[in-house]
Design a protein around this ligand. Structure first.
Ligand code: SAH
Length: 391
């Protein structure tokens, strides 16, 4: 008997479906334009209407228009016809024994990045967000950096990382004193200064008082040192600055952070000294990864102090987080302490960053790698005929 194939014609395949615009990550100006365009707000009433919808999205975390109780029913129906309020898909959620939570998020097919919530950092807890999928920098000690750049994340995709964390922590809304998510650090995958437009727009939304309400002073942008972009970063975002320094001379920094060949230490320091708003109350954080026998001698600690003379700074010593095949080891605890003492005696706060989330590969420089491996092995399992649920 011939088999019967039924073609379902009333349901186009997903690739043919154009989904309605998602309002969840738009800036105020974009949201206003979308509402006017859809006829949901007249240009004269756009400010009020945008404010209403904005507060539902960014203060209450609304993911449907139905809940917007102060908006007329028929307007809500029009909104639901024209738009969606969606989160990207969470592919994996892992929680570390130390309370760190890591999400692998799929923004679109093949576009995945991770974000990490770290309790007890900043005022109450910090979210480490990604700005790119992959990275172009190839820092030799960073596993994330060995993965090719796929693309920049959009502002909406950066904002979605914060929204997902808020969903998970159940903080829609929460009074500032009761929040567990109080700080944002751009220290996930990617180089934020190669995606300054996305980062700046995301910051406008994240810091909005009628929305997520995370003050710009609680947002830190970390860069490997794109010197010519620092001024613009400061002017557009007013964010706190962190610099991944890791070495005190160009010969070594050229190896560890190849970007140094383009913007050597002297040029970088000049740009840092000119960072808008720099003061004792708004210090630059210098990140310094401790690599055994590479950059961890007392002489280098003294060189670091000399290099940073006159810059309002904190120095964050990061024990190297190992990854399979890494060409480095972490410095011994006693070596790190001796380094920290020298920096401390020179008057700099120099906390040693406690590695967090290592058991779920959520620590600095470890992002994304495990997810790729997991997916590769999961693929092998599924190729061998295991149920799709194994994926
Ligand atoms: N590209 C930006 C944002 C990434 S921040 C930047 O370089 O600043 C990630 C931080 O973790 C950087 O300071 C980076 O140097 C550090 N890091 C990367 N790999 C690491 C590892 N294996 N162990 C410890 N710190 C690492």
């Amino acid at each position: 008997m011939p088999s019967i194939v039924t073609l379902v014609l009333d349901r186009p395949s997903p690739s043919l479906t154009v989904s309605p615009p998602n309002l969840a990550g738009l800036t105020r100006a974009q949201l206003s334009a979308a509402l006017i365009d859809a006829g949901v707000a007249s240009p004269s009433a756009a400010r009020m209407r945008t404010g209403q919808v904005w507060r539902w999205i960014h203060n209450h975390g609304a993911t449907s228009f139905e809940t917007m109780s102060n908006i007329a029913k028929e307007t809500r129906v029009t909104l639901a016809d024209r738009f969606v309020l969606e989160r990207p898909q969470i592919v994996e959620r892992q929680q570390s024994v130390d309370g760190v939570i890591k999400w692998l998020i799929r923004f679109a097919p093949g576009i995945e990045a991770e974000s990490v919530y770290i309790p007890d950092v900043g005022r109450a807890g910090a979210l480490c967000v990604s700005s790119q999928v992959g990275c172009t920098l190839n820092c030799t000690f960073c596993h994330t950096g060995t993965q090719a750049l796929v693309r920049n994340l959009t502002a909406a995709e950066i904002i979605a990382q914060v929204q997902i964390a808020r969903d998970d922590l159940g903080e829609w809304p929460a009074a500032p004193g009761e929040r567990r998510l109080t700080n944002i650090v751009f220290m996930g995958m990617g180089e934020p200064l190669y995606n300054l437009d996305g980062v700046a727009d995301a910051l406008d939304v994240i810091s909005d008082n009628e929305g997520l309400g995370i003050s710009r002073r609680r947002v830190t942008v970390s860069t490997a040192g794109v010197a010519p972009k620092l001024k613009e970063l400061g002017e557009r975002t007013l964010a706190m600055l962190a610099i991944s320094l890791h070495a005190t001379n160009d010969a070594l920094r050229d190896q560890l952070v190849p970007l140094n060949r383009r913007y050597p230490i002297a040029q970088l320091l000049t740009a840092i000294r000119a960072y808008p708003g720099l003061s004792n109350a708004r210090r630059v954080t210098f990140e310094y990864v401790m690599l055994k026998g590479v950059n961890d001698t007392p002489a280098e600690a003294r060189a670091l102090v000399r290099l940073l003379a006159g810059i309002p700074a904190k120095i964050n010593l990061i024990p190297f987080n190992p990854w399979p095949g890494a060409p480095y080891e972490c410095s011994d605890p006693a070596t790190i302490r001796a380094f920290a003492d020298i920096v401390n005696r020179a008057g700099y706060a120099s906390p040693i960053r406690t590695p967090r989330g290592r058991d779920i590969l959520a620590a600095c420089g470890q992002l994304r790698s495990q997810s790729e491996k997991l997916r590769a092995s999961a693929r092998r399992v599924s190729d061998a005929g295991a149920p799709a649920a194994a994926l």
